[in-house]
Design a protein around this ligand. Structure first.
Ligand code: C2E
Ligand code: CA
Ligand code: CA
Length: 579
């Protein structure tokens, strides 16, 4: 009805001429436009024309519109009625921008206004196009909220936290107070996620968030930095208040949290603190330093919180440099493999050689894996490094037959991360295919913790795939990790390597002998072979023989040697076990 009336009016009136639009095309564009549009008199502020879209959007009839002032659609608080207020705001009124408008039913919505001045019936007027931006604004607000807050906990996001720390540090330079960041990491979260599932992990995160909230007051900013990592910004008169809070948090997280369906689970929290200092004056370094202190606390068992200091700063810098250099080490030909023989205690032959990685670091000489493998694991570099080891260890083992006229198996150590490498199985099969080494001459070594750090099923699948190729699987450092003997029954493995910590106790006390005895008995019952690691004395060797251990490895038999000396090492190792 309204549409018909407008169209008729558009054709029959002289308004087309007033718009400088003799054939009415612009008038039609106005009338039928899906965007609300109107014209109002700049002097009286009265609406003099509105289109259908404006009527539909605002809910006033055409007649009401034409009896209203432009200010009637503004919220009362923003634009008080009365001629004085109107005239004062006149100039601002026709400007383009974002406004809040009122509908006939009293509800409000946000509009973006585009205004053009024009002459209407000989009087100055403004043509207005109104764009409803309520939904856009709501979405923007939602996106902002998501960018600023973590959904699961309601804590600040990384971005918001960095902003708050920046603001606190900006003030700190001039005031007599201390700024600290407390970093919290849940060591158990990954294991909970892989064993009990994501829902249980989420429940642990939420329970931790509740505890952290209970430890803090209104003045702290709590943030979730991702996964099981949290941070708290605390400003105080002096550092004691900040350290006291770190202690409170450590105690609060020391109690297991209840996860429905799983009972009480320990979250294995580690806490680190970084205090603003002349060296840590920017937000990024303060947050990073707190994280380094937290990781250091985790390495030390997490029983105490650690405050970042100059020594840790030096170590963090060292780690950074090491990581950079290690990334280039393979390309620069600085990586080498040493081999250590594993000797059969019954037959006396060398049945395997374990490949042990060495890094010839310029200026530092030969660096052992203990110095760089943990770092490579933390940074993820281990996958690349591990790939180099697989390729070279297999190629070198293939060459033994010609050079040493023997073919022991090659033992290759794998880290937890490598079990998540989708190309892992393929790396082994192509290295074997290229070198001509039978996969049955390869044995991978994995610690229990590496297996636990991955979800059981994927570790199981990968180990099964490797064994189907003919590759043997050994559990390394047995006894140091979770060490449930029943565990041995569930895993697709062939060999158990008893950790040298237990071997060291052989011939000294009764406990270690009983333990080694038990491991050997269970392993044999499950048809697994047992290798004792770190054999250093004749006493240990004899004890292992008596207990029926299958094979041994250690300095007494041979030290890890470089490839050129391997034939000699193999001979010596065999002689060492000869009766
Ligand atoms: P591991 O797998 O337990 O390797 C045995 C370690 O014990 C070697 O240290 C070896 O030199 C040392 N060892 C052997 N016999 C004796 C002994 O009689 N007494 C004592 N005290 N120690 C002995 P290394 O070469 O320093 O390697 C340390 C660890 O680094 C290895 O422990 C292994 O976990 C890791 N590693 C070495 N190479 C690689 C690699 O290519 N990849 C991965 N992921 N880890 C590696
Ligand atoms: Ca090993
Ligand atoms: Ca070992």
């Amino acid at each position: 009805m309204a549409r018909f009336r407008l169209r008729r009016r558009a054709q029959s009136s002289d308004r087309g001429e007033r718009l400088g639009d003799p054939d009415g095309a612009l008038q039609l564009l106005f009338a039928a436009n899906p965007l609300p549009m109107w014209v109002y008199d700049l002097e009286t502020l009265r609406f003099v024309e509105v289109n259908d879209a404006a009527i539909a959007q605002y809910g006033y009839t055409r007649d009401s519109f034409l009896s209203m002032l432009i200010t009637d659609i503004f919220p009362t608080a923003e634009c008080p009625h009365g001629r004085r207020a109107v005239s004062e705001r006149k100039e601002a009124l026709w400007k383009s921008g974002t406004w809040r408008h009122r509908r006939a039913d009293g509800s409000f919505f946000d509009v973006e206004i585009n205004s053009q001045l024009l002459v209407w019936a000989g009087r100055p007027a403004a043509l207005v196009v109104a764009h409803d931006v309520t939904e856009t604004r709501r979405l923007q607000a939602e996106l902002t909220r998501q960018a600023l807050f973590d959904e699961a906990t309601g804590f600040a996001s990384v971005a918001l936290f960095a902003d708050r720390v920046r603001a606190a540090l900006a003030g700190w330079r001039h005031e007599d107070r201390q700024v600290g960041v407390i970093a919290i990491g849940l060591g158990a979260l990954d294991i909970v996620a892989s064993t009990a599932g994501d829902e249980a992990a989420d429940a642990m995160v939420k329970a931790t968030a509740d505890r952290l909230r209970a430890c803090c007051g209104a003045q702290e900013t709590l943030a979730r930095l991702g996964g099981g990592r949290f941070a708290i910004l605390r400003e105080a008169r002096d550092e004691h208040a900040i350290l006291a809070l770190a202690g409170t948090i450590l105690r609060a997280l020391g109690e297991p949290v209840e996860v429905s369906g799983w009972g009480h689970l320990g979250c294995n929290a580690a806490v680190g603190v970084a205090l603003a200092s002349r060296e840590a004056m920017n937000a990024a370094s303060l947050v990073r330093d707190a994280g380094s202190a937290m990781r250091h606390a985790a390495e030390r068992g997490g029983r105490e919180f650690i405050v970042f200091n100059a020594e840790l700063r030096r170590r963090a810098l060292d780690d950074f440099e090491t990581e950079q250099a290690l990334g280039a080490a393979a390309r620069l030909g600085q990586l080498h493999l040493c081999h250590q023989p594993v000797v059969d205690l019954a037959g006396g032959g060398v049945i395997a050689c374990e490949a042990l990685l060495r890094w010839e670091r310029p200026g530092l000489g030969l660096v052992g894996p203990e110095r760089f493998i943990p770092l490579a694991e933390r940074s993820g570099l281990i996958v690349e490094l591990g790939a180099w080891v697989i390729e070279h260890a297999i190629a070198e083992a293939a060459a033994w037959r010609e050079r040493a006229r023997v073919q022991p198996k090659v033992g290759i150590n794998l880290s937890a991360h490598q079990l998540r490498d989708v190309d892992l199985v393929e790396r082994f099969s192509s290295a074997c295919a290229e070198s001509g080494l039978q996969p049955s001459f390869v044995c991978v070594e994995l610690t229990e913790s590496a297996l636990v750090a991955n979800d059981d099923y994927s570790a199981y699948k990968i180990l099964t795939a490797l064994r189907e190729m003919g590759i043997e699987v050994a559990i390394d450092d047995f006894g140091t990790g979770y060490s449930a003997l029943s565990y041995l029954d569930h895993l697709p493995i062939d060999v158990v390597k008893i950790d040298r910590g237990f071997v060291a106790g052989l011939g000294v006390g009764q406990v270690d002998r009983l333990l080694v005895d038990a491991v050997i008995k269970v392993a044999h019952a499950l048809d697994l072979r047992v290798v004792a690691e770190g054999v250093e004395t004749e006493l240990q060797l004899n004890a292992l023989r008596e207990l029926g251990c299958d094979a041994a490895q250690g300095y007494l038999l041979a030290r890890p040697t470089i490839d050129a000396e391997l034939p000699t090492a193999l001979r010596q190792a065999c002689e060492a076990v000869a009766y």
